[in-house]
Ligand binder design. Structure first.
Ligand code: F6R
Length: 655
């Protein structure tokens, strides 16, 4: 077993290997697979691999391809069986899993195409059962699977074994869960075009493999990973069945491991010192917030008994008494709150005014500041931090907003028709263009969806651009301070979910041009198609280049990460909390309303039918209530941020 960091905690029911980053984890798993292939080659025997698709194994396949090219790893003795395929879907479809496998692995190594098997999305309904039985028979005839790779869906599925799949299930036709479909909708260009069914190997087919390794990267997988590893074995979370396999392993990056008991609430696992941890300020605060929520008591009302009964004797001993410990937690939370997110104007500050918290960098006293708000899609800025944005502008800072991708994918044909028909009927369009406009309106007004084309995408991007301009106007940011980066990774066809040097250099150029004191960016890595994550990685690489180039501005900059429509920061991770008044909440709502194409027609709202403005208001009100329940002041709403010095951000394993 070549995996390095193998740890076991009694809360987890399957062995787990945690790596700081997914790349290192993928390399370790590729190493184990390569060792198996080579060992079998030495014995002149074949190997049967069970393969998965999705974003998770891409880095694993890239490493296997590298091993083939650079270290002569041959796949000549390898047979593969993929877990699943959408149904119905022709194999040549851009989003078919066969195409995926060719793109990431099959076309780049010496695998014999005749030995690469996937269920076929092309078989008719009448033949499905026979096809699935034949697939099982082929696996058996190949001698069974030696090494099965798995990802995990946010429903806890392995393969497409959605909640409710039985332990004894075999390869079959299944109906996809709405959450799974939502996660796939971006690749298929919307909900309507996303398949409802798939063929998948069953739970039993997977557990029959001799070795099963489940990979998970990223914070958006953390909660389901915890449920699968620490919860009971149940068809509600089919990945939990791995608890019954004698040679299963979970391989996680630090972010995907983040909700496990040993990381989230390590005091429940054992004394901190034994885990190489200490009751520093962060850990103390985390335990106190946990205790306050557990006992449903304000922080300052927690007693020695509360600490003792919840197993926090260790913490009491470290700080002397509940009174002392409470104060530490209370002040830390209080110090996150500020109405001046960019600091105060020194000329207007009187002795006795509240200190500028929690800004820390050397630029804390600079006023006014240059602020760069990075918005992955054109509406993330106002959805996630619209109130703070307005405050920064009102308080006199130079606020720029950069929209990272066009967001064209989330505009329906209907919304485009509506606007083009308005232009057509306005009579303002030049005569030589009106024929094209008529044709477009006629096509979009029909009852069938038009195939995506660069022209339609261009108009859809323009609509979102205008919506962003209108929303920024509500916040008081003029067009001269808006930057539309249109990062190329978003436009790749088929969606590759990878970024490249061009994306990084566009971001780098903007940073170098603005030299911002404060950068706000989306740290919400839960968005359905991973665009936020890619945007954050683009920023990370651009900051790393600036650091290598010893850019002066970087040493003085602070980075603040926000979360938005899909998740909020846990209380213990918040560094900056900006309270909003009822009027500010309404102004933010008006700004969000400017994104008209995202209202009720939005393609990706999924099962949660609340619109974005409702999610935003619910989220920020709930956060204000949570602060109040801790015994802090009562506000209408709060927007929250996690702060980093750029150097710390670059060192952090969380992203
Ligand atoms: C893919 C598959 C699925 C994925 C899971 C995670 O063949 O069977 O179970 O592994 O949906 O998908 P990603 O990796 O895209 O998060």
């Amino acid at each position: 077993m070549s995996l390095a960091i193998l740890e076991r905690c009694h809360h987890e029911h399957v062995p787990v290997a945690v790596y700081p980053r997914s790349l290192e984890a993928a390399r370790a798993v590729a190493g184990e697979i390569a060792a198996l292939i080579r060992a079998r080659q030495a014995e002149k025997r074949g190997v049967v691999l069970g393969l998965a698709t999705g974003s998770t194994p891409i880095s694993l396949y890239a490493e296997l391809v590298r091993l083939h090219r650079e270290e002569k790893l041959s796949f000549a003795n390898v047979t593969t069986f993929n877990l699943d395929e959408y149904h119905p879907l022709p194999p040549e479809h851009a989003q078919s899993y066969r195409r995926f496998m060719r793109r990431h692995l099959f076309d780049h190594v010496d695998l014999d195409p005749a030995r690469c098997h996937l269920p076929s999305g092309a078989v008719g309904k009448a033949e499905v059962d026979a096809h699935c039985a034949a697939y099982e028979a082929m696996i058996a005839a190949a001698g069974g699977i030696d090494f099965q790779i798995l990802g995990i869906g946010r429903t806890g599925h392995i393969g497409f074994n959605e909640p409710g799949s039985a332990r004894h299930s075999l390869t079959r036709l299944v109906t996809l869960d709405p959450l799974t479909r939502r996660d796939a909708a971006g690749d298929f260009g919307g909900d309507a075009a996303t398949p409802r069914h798939a063929l998948t190997m069953g739970v039993r087919s997977i557990l029959n493999a001799r070795r099963v390794v489940l990979l998970a990267w990223g914070q958006h997988k953390a909660d389901i990973v915890r449920a699968a590893l620490e919860g009971e074995v149940s068809p509600r979370v089919t990945a939990s069945f791995l608890q019954e396999h004698p040679h299963a392993l979970y391989v996680l990056d630090a972010a995907a491991a983040g909700s496990l008991t040993r990381y989230r609430t390590p005091w429940l696992v054992g004394p901190l010192a034994e885990q190489g941890l200490a009751w520093d300020e962060r850990m103390t605060r985390r335990a106190i917030l946990w205790l306050s929520q557990l006992r449903q008591k304000a922080i300052l009302k927690l007693t020695d008994d509360d600490y003792n009964e919840a197993g926090l004797q260790d913490l009491l001993r470290a700080h002397g008494s509940a009174y002392e410990a409470n104060l530490i937690g209370f002040y830390q939370m209080q110090h996150t709150i500020t109405g001046w997110p960019g600091g105060r104007d020194p000329k207007r500050t009187k002795p006795g005014d509240a200190p500028v918290r929690p800004l820390r960098a050397p630029s804390a006293t600079v006023f006014p500041k240059r602020v760069l708000v990075l918005s992955p899609h054109p509406d993330d800025d106002v959805i996630s931090m619209g109130g703070t944005l307005c405050r920064l502008v009102d308080q006199g800072h130079e606020v720029h907003i950069a929209y990272e991708v066009s967001g064209a994918g989330a505009v329906s044909d209907d919304a485009l028709w509506h606007l083009l028909a308005f232009v057509r009927d306005s009579g303002l369009v030049a005569a030589d263009r009106s024929g094209r406009l008529d044709a477009l309106c006629a096509g979009l007004g029909g009852h069938t969806t038009l195939p995506a084309s660069p022209e339609l995408t261009q108009w859809k991007a323009l609509i979102r651009r205008h919506e962003a301009v209108a929303a920024a106007r509500v916040c008081g940011v003029g067009e001269n301070r808006l930057h539309f980066l249109d990062l190329p990774f978003y436009n790749a066809e088929p969606r590759s979910r990878r970024y490249g040097p061009e994306d990084v250099s566009l971001m780098g150029a903007l940073l170098a041009q603005l030299q911002p004191h404060l950068v706000y960016a989306a740290g919400d890595l839960d968005d359905p198609h991973g665009t936020h994550r890619l945007c954050l990685h683009v920023l990370r690489d651009a900051l790393a280049h600036a650091q290598q180039a010893k850019a002066q501005w970087l040493a003085e900059a602070e980075l603040w990460l926000y979360r938005g429509a899909w998740a909020e920061w846990p209380l213990d991770e918040i560094d900056l909390a900006v309270p909003l008044s009822p009027q500010e909440v309404l102004r933010r709502r008006r700004a969000i309303f400017r994104h008209e194409t995202q209202k009720d027609q939005a393609l990706f709202l999924g099962e949660d039918r609340r619109e974005f403005w409702q999610r935003t208001e619910d989220r920020s009100r709930r956060l204000a209530q949570a602060y109040n329940a801790l015994g802090l002041a009562e506000y209408e709403a709060i927007e929250a941020f996690k702060g980093y010095a750029p150097g710390d951000f670059l060192r952090s394993a969380a992203f």
